[in-house]
Ligand binder design. Structure first.
Ligand code: GRF
Length: 192
């Protein structure tokens, strides 16, 4: 029997993308671990609901970023994780993790990168008055939201939009796009 690919999701907050991935009936991998750096995050409750193991990686418990990421890697290896999907993980991935999971760490970002990287991308786009924005899925590299782009979806900013309405449409798009790209990556439709 061929073993299914195992993956982990990293989240710091609400975890709606994590939930969307878990709700995808035909996901090409098993999400067997949630790594969360915020002990009180809602994403943790969602993991419990889905019966997914949680590793709470509290940065304050480690002397260095290297030690912090080594502890995460130990958990990833224990769970035989092949792919890491960041979904609202609010930390810059360091050299230690990048080296262990070269070409296997993917992120979703709520803008059309390279426009509006970093925090509050939706607010940045809204304030800039752009007519289109969107969602990007990309490989993670040393920079902040700078890695090679895998897929993008465009969303029109309507004259009637508020930040909240734009946010809702972007999230709805994210929830469709991320599981689809995950499947394409794992089924080999895209080169990592
Ligand atoms: C998403 O908008 C994602 O693009 C960004 O962080 C947000 C996480 O939202 N990286 P959620 O926790 O998945 O609801």
């Amino acid at each position: 029997m061929i073993e299914r690919v195992k993956s982990a999701v990293f989240a710091s907050g609400t975890g709606s993308n994590f939930e969307a991935i878990m709700n995808q009936k035909e996901l090409a991998c098993d999400v067997v671990l949630l790594v969360c750096d915020q002990p009180g995050a809602k994403a943790i409750e969602k993991a419990h609901k889905f019966g997914v193991k949680v590793f709470v990686a509290d940065r304050e418990h480690y002397n260095s970023k290297i030690a912090f990421e080594e502890a995460i890697i130990t958990e990833l290896k224990l769970a035989q994780i092949e792919w890491v999907f960041l979904a609202g993980y609010m930390r810059i991935v360091g050299e230690t993790l990048l080296e262990s999971y070269q070409g296997k760490i993917v992120n979703i970002h709520p803008s059309l990168l390279p426009e509006f990287p970093g925090i509050d991308a939706i607010g940045q786009a809204y304030d800039a008055g752009v007519k289109v924005t969107g969602v990007t899925v990309h490989f993670v590299d040393r920079g902040i939201d700078t890695g090679p782009i895998i897929a993008q979806e465009v969303i029109e900013v309507l004259a009637t939009d508020t930040i909240d309405s734009l946010h809702r449409r972007i999230q709805t798009m994210e929830h469709k796009l991320y599981p689809r790209v995950i499947n394409e990556l794992i089924n080999g439709g895209l080169i990592s």
